[in-house]
Ligand binder design. Sequence first.
Ligand code: HAM
Length: 424
Amino acid sequence: MIAKLQAVRGMNDITPAECHRWQSLEAILRQLMHRYAYEEIRFPIVESTDLFKRSVGENTDIVEKEMYTFEDRNGDWLTLRPEGTAPCVRAALEQGLLHNQQQRLWYLGPLFRHERPQKGRYRQFYQLGAEVFGMAGPDVDVELVLMNARLWRELGLADEVTLQINTLGTQGERQAFRQALVDFLTPFHDKLDEDSQRRLSTNPLRILDSKNPDVQSLLVDAPRLQDFLQDESTQHFSAFCKELDAAGIKYTINPRLVRGLDYYTHVVFEWVTDKLGAQSTVSAGGRYDGLVEQLGGRPTPAAGFALGMERLLLLLETVHGADYFASPTVDVYLVAVGEQAEARALVLAEQCREANSSLSVQCNCGGGSFKSQFKRADKSGAKLAVILAEEELQRGEVTVKYLRNDKAQETVPLAQLATLLANL
Ligand code: HAM
């Protein structure tokens, strides 16, 4: 027996009905980006594996366990992008966009991570990302938060998400804290779960993130990153908080918020919801002042965020129902019965589209009886049917039948059809 062909686990088809919801959301996001004067950038889905190792970090879950990496026919190691920030920096550098300039950029597209699929977590998923370069913050950090806040308000989700923030300081401050954390936890090595034991030598900060209550209780007396921050970092964070206050944004400071990617510095934030189960982070980001230099550019302050499209769509559906975005329907269905009528149908449909460019006109193709064509017209959702029949055609007329209201059908001279459609 031939094995049944199926989509790859964790990778989803988007049906025509769902595509409409995606497009509606994408249009809102494009408009949002424009309103904040961000410009779109597009970069490839495949990048050299090194890019992610050097940015996301060798000892992160993403690089250690989740990347789709392969050797191509030239023997080069390539990776399906697991996130957008590093490729965005790579592209901006390569295109000369970062030299002595500020940039506000955004992108939207698929990412790939080999995680265990569940609701809100997929192996191919989509992000809307925004990245800013050449601004040291915290003003622009707040702008990034405000864009999210506006989106929630305008989508009726303001009561469904909350903002958590933290500061991770500089790489140097984190290094000192990391050592102190390792020194503190090493005597408790045997009490840590397997994951945390491994992280103790690879990425100890991620232990703070552990969901295991036993690990969390060990951490109560652990050193705190705040105590390792120098004045500059503390000031950046308190200025960030003050500007959020001034903008009327509510937030919670969560000292355990560390993020799963190594490039962050200073401000990090996550928008979380309690409506989606375990996959509760809808949008997340922060500042990454060292990354541009790390990838070969001059020192350039930078920050950004990315929001998960599937999670946002799930949240919209949970809160507002599946019909939140009204589906578009066909406006006019062209029915044609008889040889001569059928021969004229496509041309007449073109004339209908000409008459009113905002109409969606579906022309019956593949023949069929009056009855079966009307069935299709009804299923299409068309508001009216234009009927081409032999006899009327000889008189230069068509019949217009209203499918969604009680208006009586009318016979219209072909010459007047354009006017009727133009006024729809
Ligand atoms: P991230 O936290 O890894 O950050 O991902 C951002 C968002 O993408 C998550 O909050 C979530 O909504 C969505 N997401 C992540 N993984 C999955 C998945 N497997 N399935 C569905 N949705 C997912 C980044 O990627 C950073 N590049 C964000 C950033 C931009 N930081 C600065 N600039």
